[in-house]
Design a protein around this ligand. Structure first.
Ligand code: HAM
Length: 423
């Protein structure tokens, strides 16, 4: 029996990969201009890291982690997200000692054992960014301005930013109590999941998709109306800065994030074009996380973008694979030898060049050149070699000229380089 891939874990094939590379390249450019530097952390971490940061009562930790014991008996987990590993690394390597502000980004696979469907996978990829060391609301607004700018430059259609504030350890406990009291009076109307978690994680009830729960919580107290003065002022200033930077947003009081580390500003980028899995990026502030993980008391804020969801949105606008500059078609042994040497030399100089390796007819070689959408074809026949010439065909112009083999390589290089530099 053939071995196939694992459900919910996808191959990204040539043809699709160009879109992914474009999205990643744009992120590097945009984030680079905003002062972020890349960090790479392992895909596996000790399980405790995620339990302590994401929270024991979240769906991710309760149900979705790929956890196993390694040969030494240590409990390990395939990372379900990137923030906790990046903070672990930040603390471990004392990055705060190098610079009071760290701006980091990462690109890579994450793993959650969710029920696969369009836009939701078990291995998926995130582009994430984190700023550590600044609690000023300007940075919240700038993070969102950068994210909006990234979606504008990558031409992601139909994106709307929603923001909320989840308060802080000063105001959230009272709000939580008030919410639990409210839910207690409506327990019968809640689904079994919410009946179980309404005391351990009452905010999640506000986010439940079951219609009964939605209806029962319409009048639930909102965090925004119960913020302490510090959180309220912070949120108002974030909104002012967003207005000043012309970043559009709406406030969604019911937005609850699926990870426990958030404080104050939280946000999601929503698209109307993907059905149920409509969040293409999400994040927020996590001012207590670094201290909770044993590091200094430094604030943080960040987001992660779901790459599969962006690729789905851009699916219609495929990016063409790169066009070969030259296809070398050869006839006879001497032509093939000379062509192969020229091919390798050009490739070593960075020119995308192709040939047919298996001695096919000239017609078959030209067919393949056509299929690859090559710009030029160089025909090296034995007769031509004897005469010291070759035929150079320009495919877009349908023109052909006979050129001297002497100086052929430097002429090709000059021509191709001047075209690509001028382009
Ligand atoms: P998250 O909301 O769990 O946040 O995930 C962020 C984004 O990853 C989602 O909006 C979605 O686009 C994508 N995503 C999540 N799960 C899946 C899945 N199963 N399949 C496909 N895409 C998925 C975080 O992960 C936080 N670490 C974000 C953050 C960074 N907060 C602060 N800094």
């Amino acid at each position: 029996m053939n071995i196939t891939g694992i459900k919910g874990m996808n191959d990204i094939l040539p043809g699709d990969i160009e879109t992914w590379q474009h999205l990643e390249e744009q992120a590097r450019q945009v984030f680079g201009a905003f002062g972020y530097r890349e960090i790479r952390v392992p895909v596996v971490e000790k399980t405790d890291l995620f339990c302590r940061s994401i929270g024991e009562t979240t769906d991710i930790v309760e149900k979705e982690m790929y956890t196993f014991s390694d040969k030494g008996g240590t409990s390990m987990t395939l990372r379900p997200e990137g923030t906790a590993p990046v903070m672990r690394s930040f603390i471990q390597h004392k990055l705060y000692a190098q610079d009071p502000v760290s701006k980091l980004y990462y690109i890579g696979p994450m793993f959650r054992h969710e029920r696969p469907q369009k836009g939701r996978y078990r291995q998926f990829h995130q582009i994430g960014a984190e700023v550590i060391g600044v609690d000023d609301p300007k940075i919240d607004a700038q993070v969102l301005a950068m994210l909006s700018h990234y979606f504008a430059t990558t031409k992601i259609p139909d994106v709307a930013l929603q923001i909320n504030s989840l308060g802080c350890p000063e105001c959230r406990p009272d709000y939580r109590e008030a919410l639990i009291k409210f839910l207690e009076q409506r327990l019968q109307a809640l689904c079994a999941d919410c009946q179980r978690r309404y005391t351990s994680n009452p905010l999640r009830v506000l986010d439940c998709k079951v219609p009964g729960c939605k209806e029962a919580t319409i009048e639930a107290p909102a965090m925004l109306e119960n913020l302490c003065i510090g959180c309220d002022t912070h949120f108002n200033q974030v909104k002012e800065h967003l207005d000043a930077l012309s970043v559009d947003y709406t406030v969604n009081q019911r937005m609850v994030r699926g990870l426990d580390y958030y404080t104050k500003t939280t946000f999601e980028m929503i698209t109307g074009s993907l059905g149920a899995q409509n969040a293409i990026a999400a994040g927020g502030r996590y001012d207590g996380l670094i201290k909770d993980l044993g590091g200094p008391a430094l604030p943080g804020i960040g987001f992660a973008i779901g790459l599969e969801r962006l690729a789905l949105l851009l699916g219609e606008q495929r990016i063409a694979p790169p066009r070969p500059e030259l296809f070398i078609a050869t006839l006879g042994e001497a032509g093939t030898k000379a062509g192969f040497a020229l091919l390798t030399s050009l490739q070593r100089q960075g020119i995308l060049a192709e040939m047919e390796y298996t001695g096919k007819s000239l017609k078959a070689q030209l067919r393949r050149a056509d299929k690859l959408n090559t710009r030029r074809v160089l025909i090296l026949g034995e007769d031509e070699l004897e005469r010291g010439v070759a035929q150079l065909r320009y495919m877009d112009e349908s023109s052909q000229e006979e050129i001297d083999l002497n100086g052929l390589e430097s002429r090709l290089l000059r021509e191709i380089n001047s075209e690509t530099n001028g382009a």
